[in-house]
Design a binder for this molecule. Structure first.
Ligand SMILES: [Zn+2]
Length: 383
């Protein structure tokens, strides 16, 4: 096995190839809604990994980009997860409109930061190590195809949890931060729609025949809001309500949309159990309630084991002469949630560094491409 300095030199000389891979990943439309585009990215990555000795398979979904799973080594032993997603938030046509561009050390293009750069970092860290004879851990690469829409049309969230079992640590190559923040904790987010159905009646002629859906909604909206528990890190916000048609009719229908933020999976489980009870109970005889989850992104829980892993990683970075990292918690979600849910210590935001993901201003720091590949290689050599 080569020394860390040899590995770093190999990464530096791979820079032109890395830039070319990064460009090819950015210059194609693969928004979450473009299944064909996302699946084509999966095929390209498969073609990259197989010659390195990975066994590649896919979890296939009808209405979402497939999830790539690539395994290297003896998977019965504790393995390292390297993860991320292949989809972007950008519509078809964006790749042609503003292709991969490098200017003054900044790289732009759709998904350049979130997270085509991170995928490139991961691929070349692994390639460099394996070509140098590294075999410290078995590896499992998991790349989702529909992260940006919270896996709303696939089983990817539960497939993630199944794939994560048995791992000893995980690195997620999501959007890196320019201040070298490494994410140990992310809030989860879920949104629900409640529909209330009652009996309409004339407000003057026969109000006693009416069953007000709005009245039912009012009782239940207060019940939902009361589920907020700041100490637990769970908030419930009834953000939009609507009901009825005219003032002189007992409203037959009403609906509301509710946003829930949570720090722990126990928090969202408590709220969902309460939502079921709220749905099943009745304040106004004759009014029925239905509840539907519209989006859900799990919480990346702050594990003590992630903190311990981070401390070791800081020491490795210092030894390798790489920038000092700091542990941070952020509001935005990632698939790290489904890895920490299985108790696997996880460091997130290991990808290229930059700003403004999900917008046309998105940019990534060119120099962070090799810097972050070196960080990953060092961690896999030393942790
Ligand atoms: Zn992302």
């Amino acid at each position: 096995m080569k020394t860390m300095q040899d590995i770093f030199a190999a990464i530096d000389s791979a820079k032109p190839a890395m830039m070319e891979t990064w460009r090819s990943l950015v210059d194609r439309d693969c928004g979450s809604g473009n299944k064909a585009g996302v699946d084509a990215v999966g095929q390209d990555i498969k073609a990259f990994l197989e010659p390195l000795g990975f066994k590649v398979r896919f979890h296939k979904y009808e209405q979402a980009g497939n999830m790539l799973v690539a395994e290297y080594g003896d998977m019965t032993k504790p393995f390292v997860i390297l993860t991320g997603h292949m989809d972007t938030v950008f519509a078809d046509g964006t790749a042609a409109e503003r292709p991969f561009t490098v200017k003054d050390g900044r790289v732009t293009g759709p998904g350049v930061l979130d997270m085509k750069g991170g995928i490139t970092v991961m691929l070349y860290a692994v390639k460099t190590l394996l070509e140098a004879g590294w075999d410290r851990y078995p590896l499992k690469i998991i790349l989702a195809g529909d992260e940006e829409v919270g896996h709303g049309w696939s089983d990817a969230a539960s497939d993630y949890r199944k794939e994560a079992k048995g791992a000893c640590m995980a690195f997620n190559y999501e959007t890196g931060f320019i201040d070298d923040g490494i994410v140990l904790e992310r809030k989860g987010c879920a949104q629900y729609r409640f529909d209330f159905h009652g009996v309409g009646a004339h407000a003057g002629n026969n109000p006693e025949d009416g069953r007000s859906a709005v009245k039912e909604l009012c009782h239940k909206a207060l019940e939902m809001e009361a589920l907020t528990d700041f100490a637990e890190g769970t908030t419930v916000n009834v953000g939009v309500i609507s009901g009825g048609t005219v003032p002189n009719a007992i409203p037959e229908n009403a609906w509301c949309r509710v946003d829930v933020r949570f720090k722990t999976m126990a928090g969202i489980e408590r709220v969902e159990k309460a939502f079921k009870e709220i749905t099943d109970e009745t304040y106004i005889d004759g009014v029925t309630t239905a509840c539907r989850c519209e989006v859900k992104m799990g919480a990346m829980e702050r594990l003590a084991s992630s903190e311990a892993l981070f401390e070791k990683a800081q020491a490795v970075a210092a030894e390798a002469g790489l920038p000092a990292m700091k542990a941070i918690a952020v509001g935005g979600g990632s698939d790290s949630a489904y890895v920490t849910a299985e108790g696997v210590p996880t460091l997130c935001a290991m990808g290229v560094k930059g700003q403004y993901n999900h917008t046309v201003r998105e940019w990534a720091e060119e120099s962070s491409l090799t810097e972050r590949a070196k960080l990953s290689a060092a961690l896999l050599m030393k942790l």
